[in-house]
Design a protein around this ligand. Structure first.
Ligand code: ADP
Ligand code: ZN
Ligand code: ZN
Length: 715
């Protein structure tokens, strides 16, 4: 008798309204089984979604139903928890479950033919057990009292936990300790440890292998990130899926790993924006980790020195509604050196248009002549440009919102990305009449050149040769996305800094994070103010985190003896963000920011989604969005029982995106907001059909694609 199988295949985005495909099979197959099925003229990978059923009604015509081509023998079905995680992710991020589930599997499951797959699965497994090569075994440090207290709470309570610990306070050691206890107590248990960036994985991998390979064998630790080859990815995936791998380390994609015995999830640097995917299903691996932990009764630890305001808010005291347990580790381990002194330079008292203040230049000279290194960084604007008058400090605020309007160069307009309010760019400053208005933060592109000019006559004593009778000129190096495009270039340039071949390092935020520079004693943020007056309400949060990170680059070697410093050049020296930075007071900063967010009903006090549309013309992109908005307000309001829900939803007018045209494609977006996450979810789900229908309207001709971004990180 034939069995009917509902099977997921990789269907395009937004096909969630369509049915899961039905196939027939001689054998019953449990849900989660990986199969090959015919689709059109090709064969593709599928996942049995609801298990087998026998058609009792006799309604299905067996002649019209194609048969499953084969089962991926030797691979156990994906378990119910995994299926549930993928269903949730697809529904929450408004994508088709076929798309999300199939994309979460390693590409080779799709690509290899049955013979090749059989060979891969048969490959002899190295004997499990202690790895002799990893015998240069390091001593496990005794926990500090702060670490011991954090560990005790993690062992006592169910979490989720926010491990709020200064850089170098020993967070990683806490993760290692918790993983170790888990593996010792439960011979099957698995742990998932995530980091935001690929280049942080080798470091972490080394630490985990060093600790665990001698006990559980080198195969016990596997990595998952997009820098791996497809065969490597398949191997790691199979190891995790079969339970052979006890610890999976990876970037955001690892949150979807099949881990049948998952008991612990760590999200390190949980505030990092790269946990949010920016294409396909725009999921947040951090948020999914929390969901997955609850689903599988696994403990979840989020770690950061500057937590996201969302996680900080969730970890407020339970009496106030907090749902995470906050664990605090304020002390740095083994750092005899003090934290760098924060110095604010009031740029209002500097010559107009000066990029570098005189005291900063003097300080750099002094450090360099002593043989110390300086790091000058600019937070290249990752956010939309805001117009500014340097004469009177006018900025392009929106009169209707607590947001700044964005300067759109293409049609010389100022637009609010929140409410859509638009005006032509004024000829002169509306406040003082100055005609020389421009975007905040301009002029920093030529930073390196400019710095070289200012330091041109400084000479260091001769060390290398006596080719310069008056001393050697300073060595200024720039590291950013442009200088590091070639493979290995970044490593080479960093090595030069470490070797002391550079006096002043100029760079973007990529330099401010993570690196262990030993001889840098001065770090300067040249022009950070832009983030305070950004149309993106998360910009201050990112700036604070970046400045805290950058501060961590200064004075890492206490043996140098010098008081290390962090310089901030600002027109807003009294701004609460800089005041909090001065005392490294993240809680004060968070409190002030959350208060502002609450007053403006911004996340985490509201839920947001963006609909983005790409089209041949800006008009078509906006027409599509505005028509879908109109339908929600008129048609959907007629649906039975929907009026009260719609009252909780605010749809703002469509606006062009800050970068409005890319490769001749015009881009627009529309913000959807609600005080209730559940209401927003319910609305988006129903609204999908409206968006599909809208696509066909004549005024939307030229529309190329559209996508929903739930919990967007930049608006
Ligand atoms: P974080 O992850 O918070 O930045 P790490 O766990 O990397 O901190 O610890 C910082 C440094 O302190 C590392 O070199 C680590 O080996 C060391 N360390 C961590 N915990 C201890 C401890 N209990 N005793 C001694 N050294 C420790
Ligand atoms: Zn002005
Ligand atoms: Zn506005």
């Amino acid at each position: 008798m034939a069995h009917w199988l509902s099977i997921l295949v990789q269907t395009p985005a937004h096909a969630r309204l369509g049915p899961v495909l039905t196939y027939q099979s001689e054998q019953p197959r449990p849900a989660g089984t990986l199969v090959r099925v015919p689709l059109g003229t090709r064969e593709t990978l599928g996942v049995v979604w609801n298990g087998s059923a026998i058609d009792a009604t006799g309604e299905i015509d067996p002649d019209k139903i194609r048969a499953v081509a084969g089962v991926l023998e030797g691979i156990a079905p994906l378990n119910a928890a995994w299926q549930q995680l993928l269903s949730f992710a697809a529904s929450y991020y408004q994508r088709s479950v076929g798309e999300v589930a199939l994309a979460a599997l390693p590409p080779q499951l799709r690509e290899l033919n049955p013979k090749q797959m059989e060979r891969r699965l048969k490959r002899p497994k190295a004997a499990a057990g202690p790895d002799a090569t990893a015998a240069p075994l390091s001593a496990i440090p005794a926990l500090t009292p702060e670490q011991a207290s954090a560990v005790a709470q993690i062992e006592t309570y169910s979490g989720p936990f926010l491990l709020y610990g200064a850089t170098g306070s020993g967070k990683t050691e806490v993760y290692l300790h918790c993983v170790q206890t888990l593996l010792e107590q439960d011979p099957d248990a698995q742990a998932l440890v995530m980091v935001p960036e690929i280049n942080l994985t080798p470091q972490l991998e080394a630490r985990f292998i060093e600790r665990f390979a001698p006990i559980y064998g080198a195969q016990a630790v596997v990595s998952m990130h997009s820098g791996m080859t497809n065969p490597q990815r398949l191997k790691a995936w199979l190891a995790a899926h079969s339970g052979g791998a006890r610890i999976v380390l990876g970037t955001r994609m690892a949150v979807f790993a099949s881990l049948p015995k998952l008991k612990l999830i760590v999200v390190d640097e949980e505030h990092d924006p790269s946990y949010k995917s920016s294409e396909g299903a725009r999921y947040s691996a951090r948020d999914l980790a929390i969901y997955r932990g609850r689903l599988e009764s696994a403990k979840v630890i989020l770690g950061s020195a500057t937590p996201s305001l969302e996680s900080w808010h969730q970890s407020r005291p339970a009496e106030e509604g907090g749902r995470y347990l906050r664990l605090h580790m304020p002390s740095r381990i083994g750092q005899t050196g003090k934290l760098p002194l924060v110095r604010r330079v009031d740029m209002n008292h500097q010559p107009r248009k000066a990029v570098f203040s005189l005291p900063l230049i003097d300080a750099i000279k002094e450090r360099v002549l002593r043989g110390e290194q300086c790091l000058v960084f600019l937070n290249r604007r990752g956010y939309a440009p805001v117009l500014h008058c340097a004469e009177c400090d006018w900025k392009s605020a929106c009169p209707h919102c607590s947001a700044f309007r964005v300067f759109h160069k293409i049609d010389r307009t100022l637009r609010c990305h929140h409410c859509g309010f638009t005006e032509r760019v004024p000829r002169a400053c509306p406040s003082c009449g100055n005609v020389d208005i421009g975007t905040l933060g301009r002029g920093t592109e030529q930073l390196e050149e400019h710095l070289a000019e200012l330091l041109a006559d400084v000479r260091r004593p001769n060390t290398v040769s006596d080719a310069f009778p008056e001393g050697e000129p300073l060595r200024i190096a720039r590291i950013d996305a442009d200088t590091t495009r070639l493979k290995g270039a970044l490593e080479e340039q960093l090595a030069a800094v470490h070797a002391g071949e550079v006096d002043v390092l100029v760079g973007t935020q990529m330099i401010a994070k993570g690196h262990d520079f030993r001889r840098i004693t001065l770090v300067a943020a040249v022009n950070p103010d832009g983030a305070l007056f950004s149309s993106d309400f998360r910009a201050p949060e990112r700036l604070f985190s970046l400045l805290m990170q950058a501060a961590g680059r200064s004075g890492r070697d206490a043996a140098l003896g010098a008081q290390s410093e962090v310089w901030v050049q600002t027109f807003q020296p009294a701004h609460p963000l800089y005041a909090a930075l001065k005392t490294y007071d993240y809680p004060a900063f968070a409190k002030q920011q959350l208060k502002e967010r609450e007053q403006a009903a911004m996340p985490p006090f509201s839920a947001q989604a963006l609909v983005r549309a790409d089209a041949r013309t800006q008009e078509a992109a906006q027409a599509f969005l505005n028509a879908a908005r109109q339908s929600a307000q008129t048609d959907m309001a007629q649906w039975e029982g929907w009026a009260p829900l719609l009252e909780q939803i605010t749809l703002y007018p469509a606006v062009p995106m800050s970068i409005q045209r890319v490769a001749n494609v015009e881009r627009a977006q529309m913000l959807v907001e609600s005080p209730s996450r559940a209401a927003l979810q319910q609305f988006l789900e129903a609204w999908q059909s409206v968006l599909h229908a809208t696509r066909g309207l004549p005024e939307c001709k030229g529309l190329i694609r559209w996508a929903i971004d739930v919990d967007p990180l930049a608006i």
